[in-house]
Design a protein. Sequence first.
Length: 270
Amino acid sequence: MTGLTRELRTLWRGPLTVPDTRLPPRTLVTETVLVLLLSLGASAIYSILSIIRDLQSHVALNQQTSSLNSSQATQSWLDLTYQLVGIALGVVPALLAIHLLRREIRRPAAYLGVDRTRPGRDLLWGAGLAALIGIPGLVLYVVARDLGFNTTVVAADLGSHWWATPVLLLSALQNAIVEETVMVGYLFTRWSQARWPLPVVIVCSAVIRGSYHLYQGFGGFAGNIVMGLILGTVYLRTRRILPLILTHTILDSVAFVGYALLHDHVGWLQ
């Protein structure tokens, strides 16, 4: 335990080695704010408004629901089109972040660690982190909901269409790509270039991650902050976001598909 603590202190002490930039710190921070407001930062604002609205309701928080992956049309083909278009457009913030980094980094994807150079190690990190985060996260969700601090999360509501499971898996992958590319790879690079202290970078990223999950309640907020701190620290250790993307994809895939398959049979999911 002492060795682990020492390693964590070393990782957090920094600074993070990042490419040189001619952009002044103010420009870098402004850029990150605009990217966030076009994507996950906007989601954080709406989530804060959502939890305020839910708390104003006369219905207890754990008697309210938060729906993910809901049907958008009554016709199957149109609903599928909505889902696929939403997934495709949802990846754009990650592409924008990579595009902005490309101005100074020749191969930004490789710099962020999204390549096939270490498939076995990346998969091992991803699976291990998914177990480390997922099991306690599930316990936290159930406890927080039972105590009235969290809504009941409906993780999938696409009906019994043949395409439901593939769409849920694609949705999990899209969430993972956007969140880990923007919240870790991009923000860690830009804020470090702006000369922010590394602990501030890690904590700010984690708090924003928790904030755009506030619509689920305070359990989702706290759990995702912890997840952000863990994934941020792992990125400092590996300098690769691919293991984080794999972790996030596994977590969301299990949550989405598992809910779709089990919610009619497992009482605590309802």
